[in-house]
Design a binder for this molecule. Structure first.
Ligand code: FES
Length: 414
């Protein structure tokens, strides 16, 4: 999972100065919950401030609770000791990276925090992906009393509304994309008596619906202000509009009949690339300002899509041309040479001399590896994490940035 910014592909960047800038619930209970959750009323405090970016660090936290959500997913709650409470404070919509040694290899994955911010604990939902090494391991290895390395929260998939009174927030989620939206919905609804949240949540089958009971609880607590529309792609629902894959026609129908975009102040989209892109394009086409649409991607979990690891071995030979990468991290300078022929990322190179360089997904998605380019130029392969204003200020994803000048310098501390 991770936060996304407009577009993807190759980004050619220069420094800021140059840029200018479960249990399976029984079917009756599921049917009831789905039915109850569809109709939520449609009448229509302060929002959280923009999250301050801070240098993310791993800490070993104790597993406090593991709760089955579906047959393939669990909610894991970590206890946060008081001395780390400030570092683990977060905004609804942010995520953490988890780090484990599995079969002798370090594996890191990012997961959204699924509960509204609360001091003393953080919770994530982990769905088992096909072939996913970490998610498969987590289903059996994590248990109360155990420990895991958890990175302090990061991410900008958060509300930017100045106030929530009278605000209507809408979310579109697929599968485990519900995770950040659980935190966002609960937060938006609890912080004002007049806010509303409309959620469109798509899954293959009813048994795949994560947080089914929690969604029903939100409905019970906020019957006139929370609406959830479950869309099932491989099961028939009574409403044809809510049965089948969300293509453009179905999406437009859902928006027109059930969400009413003209009434929405802020949008949150979280799912696989295709769905998020469809939603973005459709919302733009009907006149929704892109500034009001926030989105986050996750991989689909299909075989072969497992997130890449960082730390590819690269050998620097004496007789070949190299580029110099300099970096600042925690106030300390470091440098490393990288062979031109290797076309190595800054992150990969930096990890050879500083194993504590921050990263999580290594795929351009989570933003954990963000740094500011202060000298030289790079090509950024993918960017699903940085907003345009961050790009304008010279920030790059070091896991995706490949030097194109003989010398580049980045600063992780700003
Ligand atoms: S480590 Fe996730 S975007 Fe670079």
């Amino acid at each position: 999972m991770a936060h996304v910014s407009p577009g993807h592909g190759l980004w050619h960047l220069r420094p800021a100065s140059a840029v200018g800038s479960a249990e399976t619930a029984d079917s009756a209970r599921i049917a009831d919950a789905l039915l109850n959750s569809v109709v939520g009323g449609s009448s229509g405090g302060s929002a959280a401030t923009a999250p301050a970016r801070h240098r993310a660090r791993f800490h070993t936290l104790a597993v406090q609770d593991v709760r089955p959500l579906t047959q393939e997913s669990i909610e894991v709650t970590f206890a946060v000791p008081e001395e780390l409470a400030d570092e683990f404070s977060y905004l609804a919509g942010q995520h953490v990276a988890l780090r484990a040694q599995i079969d002798g290899r370090e594996v890191r994955r990012s997961y959204s925090l699924c509960r509204p911010p609360a001091r003393g604990s953080v919770s994530v939902a982990i769905k088992q992906d096909q072939g996913g090494r970490f998610s498969t391991w987590a289903q059996t290895a994590l248990a109360p009393g155990g420990e895991l390395d958890v990175m302090s929260p990061q991410g900008a998939f958060t509300s930017t509304l100045a106030a929530l009174d009278g605000a209507h927030v809408a979310g579109v989620a697929a599968g485990s994309g519900i995770t950040p939206l659980m935190a966002l919905a609960a937060t938006v609804l609890s912080r004002s008596d007049t806010s509303r949240f409309t959620l469109v949540y798509t899954n293959r089958r009813a048994t795949d619906v994560m947080f089914l009971d929690d969604l029903a609880d939100l409905k019970d607590r906020y019957p006139s202000r929370f609406v959830v529309h479950h869309v099932l792609t491989r099961e028939q629902r009574s409403a044809p509009l809510l049965s089948g894959r969300i293509d453009e026609e179905r999406l437009r129908g859902i928006l027109d009949a059930l969400v009413l975009p003209a009434t929405v102040d802020e949008w949150f989209l979280c799912g696989p690339f295709e769905l998020v892109q469809l939603c973005r394009d459709t919302l733009a086409d009907i006149g929704v300002e892109t500034a009001h649409v926030r989105y986050e991607l996750f991989t689909t979990g299909e075989p072969g899509q497992e997130q890449p690891e960082a730390g590819r071995p690269v050998i620097v030979r004496e007789d070949e041309p190299t580029r110099l990468i300099e970096f600042t991290l925690d106030g300390q300078s470091g440098s490393v040479e990288t062979p031109v022929s290797a076309d190595e990322s800054i992150l990969n190179a930096a990890l050879r001399v500083r194993p504590d360089v921050p990263f999580a997904c290594a795929g351009g998605v989570c933003g954990t590896c963000r740094a500011r380019l202060v000298d030289g130029s790079v090509t950024m392969t993918e960017n699903y994490a940085l907003e345009q204003d961050e790009l304008d200020r010279g920030y790059v994803l070091t896991c995706q940035s490949h030097p194109t000048s003989d010398r580049v310098a980045v600063d992780y501390d700003v």
